[in-house]
Design a binder for this molecule. Structure first.
Ligand SMILES: Nc1ncnc2c1ncn2[C@@H]1O[C@H](COP(=O)(O)OP(=O)(O)O)[C@@H](O)[C@H]1O
Ligand SMILES: [Mg+2]
Length: 249
């Protein structure tokens, strides 16, 4: 087997595990300490599957647990109970270092605020994490240019954040999340700071990327108008999934 291959053969095999679910949460409960001896249940026995090449919209009122669900799936917060499988690996059972490596290699995170560094150009924003992944500078630069092209910003590679529109900054954020060739994309209200037209084009771009890169995407959104563009919808209420299913054609 060619050990220098960028996509390990095991990854393809693992994706076929459990009928194609790339991300699978089973009976996940997350409690935060609250008051003297009490606790607040942010996630209450949540089970959710996301397959490669599909976008699942995650909707529900403010405070219902949507961001908590993404934080658990992103390995940023360890659940109190339950199992989180990414490409067939239970991330809740991994030691810290392995969990960090898995997050870097398999998970792309896109939050509402792009969090770009003001002094860096678009292409430089994409290169920050690459030395951590052990990618050689020339290869990293080529990948970064390719990802900027994917989000329609090939011409803007040397622009700094203040020279980009809000929608363009969010595109840089998306391109950055793709650098490590993730299996899972976790997107939290990507359009909250954008006008209607730009919001639509960002959601369409995320749907396109999900198919082209065959990632499993979960997108928290307030814009229920864009939900029909996605493949499935899950509704959260008081920490529980009250409804999950395919988007009607
Ligand atoms: N770090 C935290 N510590 C304590 N409580 C939290 C924390 N993060 C979120 N919560 C609480 O968990 C619940 C779910 O919050 P969140 O997941 O942010 O909901 P949403 O994204 O749907 O608005 C809320 O009651 C919130 O106050
Ligand atoms: Mg939230």
């Amino acid at each position: 087997m060619n050990s220098t291959s960028t996509i390990p053969a095991t990854r393809t095999a693992a994706r076929n595990h459990d009928s194609g679910a790339t991300l699978q949460l089973t009976d996940v409960t997350l409690q935060y300490p609250d008051g003297e001896n009490g606790h607040l249940t942010a996630l209450d026995a949540v089970s959710l599957k996301a397959a490669a090449g599909t976008v699942t919209s995650l909707v529900g009122p403010s405070g219902s647990g949507k961001s908590s669900l993404l934080a658990v799936a992103a390995t940023l917060v360890k659940p109190t109970h339950g199992e989180v499988l990414v490409d067939g690996v239970d991330i809740t059972a991994l030691p810290d270092a392995e969990r960090t490596a898995l997050r870097r290699d398999k998970i792309g995170i896109i939050f509402q605020q792009p969090n770009l560094l003001p002094s860096l150009t678009a292409v430089e924003q994409l290169l920050i994490a690459e030395h951590l992944r052990g990618v050689k500078p020339r290869k990293a630069k080529a990948r970064a240019m390719e990802m900027l092209d994917v989000v329609g910003l090939a011409e803007s590679a040397s622009r700094r954040p203040h020279q980009l529109s809000g929608g363009q900054r969010q595109r840089v954020n998306i391109a950055r999340a793709l650098m490590g060739d993730p299996s899972v994309l976790l997107v939290d209200e990507p359009t909250a700071a954008l006008d209607h037209e730009r919001s639509g084009s960002i959601v369409r771009l995320l749907c396109q990327i999900t198919r082209d890169f065959s990632v499993a995407t979960i997108m928290v959104t307030h814009d229920t108008e864009f939900v029909p563009l996605t493949d499935a919808v899950a509704t959260m209420r008081d920490g529980a999934l009250s409804d999950a299913g395919n988007v009607a054609a």
